[in-house]
Design a protein. Structure first.
Length: 191
C-alpha cells in the first residue's frame, strides 16, 4: 500500500455489491470455488487496487494474511473487504484469500462519526503459495463481496430489519501513509 499520506475514495452501494468470483464460496447457483480470474471486476469503481512492482525473485507466502485499514465512511455502519491477489505476467489476476469486517463489531462508537478515520483489522485467512519472479502482489479493497457476505445496508439498524428503501449509499475512504498507515502483513517465508 502507498507510504505517502493520502485518501483513496470510492462509493459503495448495497444495491450493487461487488460479485464474489471464486474463493471459499460453494454456491449451488453454478459459482465455482477456488482461484478465479478477477479481471471481470476491473471496470468497477467501488474497488480500490494496490499493486506491487514485479517481483525480482520468487516469494513464498505461508500462513495467515492480515490487512490493517485506516478507513472512514459517511454511513452509520458499513463493511470493508480485502482480497490478496496474484497478478500474473499474462495479465490474469487470481484471488488467494479474502476477508471482511463489519464496522459496528469493531468500533465502539455507534453510529460512526462521518469522515472519522477508524482502525480495522481484516484477517484474510491463511494461504500457502509461491509467487514466481515477474508476478506482482495485489490487494483489492472494497465494501462487499456478494454472495460471500451479505451486503451491509449502511444504516446501523439491527440485521434483517431494513427494507430496500432503507438501503444507503456510502462514501468510503482508505487512508494511506502518514499517521494512518493502512498496511498488509504477509507471511513471508525466507528462501
Amino acid at each position: 500500500m502507498p507510504q505517502q499520506p493520502g485518501i483513496d475514495e470510492y462509493v459503495y452501494d448495497p444495491r450493487d455489491p461487488v460479485p464474489t468470483l471464486g474463493g471459499r464460496l460453494l454456491g449451488g447457483g453454478g459459482e465455482l470455488a477456488g482461484p478465479r480470474d478477477q479481471r471481470p471486476l476491473d471496470e468497477r469503481s467501488d474497488i480500490i487496487r494496490y499493486t506491487s512492482e514485479p517481483l525480482t525473485q520468487d516469494l513464498e507466502l505461508t500462513g495467515p494474511v492480515r490487512v490493517e485499514l485506516w478507513a472512514s465512511t459517511d454511513a452509520p455502519d458499513t463493511d470493508f473487504t480485502a482480497m490478496l491477489v496474484d497478478i500474473r505476467p499474462d495479465g490474469r489476476v487470481l484471488n488467494l484469500c479474502e476477508g471482511a469486517v463489519r464496522a459496528r463489531h469493531v468500533i465502539p462508537v455507534s453510529p460512526l462519526v462521518p469522515g472519522a478515520a477508524y482502525h480495522y483489522t481484516l484477517d484474510l485467512a491463511a494461504t500457502s503459495c509461491l509467487l514466481r519472479r515477474g508476478h506482482r502482489v495485489g490487494i483489492r479493497v472494497s465494501s462487499s463481496s456478494f454472495p460471500e457476505w451479505e451486503p451491509n445496508p449502511n444504516t446501523g439498524n439491527p440485521v434483517g430489519v431494513d427494507t430496500d428503501e432503507d438501503l444507503r449509499v456510502a462514501r468510503q475512504g482508505i487512508r494511506t501513509g502518514g499517521i494512518h498507515p493502512s498496511r498488509v502483513i504477509l507471511p513471508i517465508i525466507p528462501r
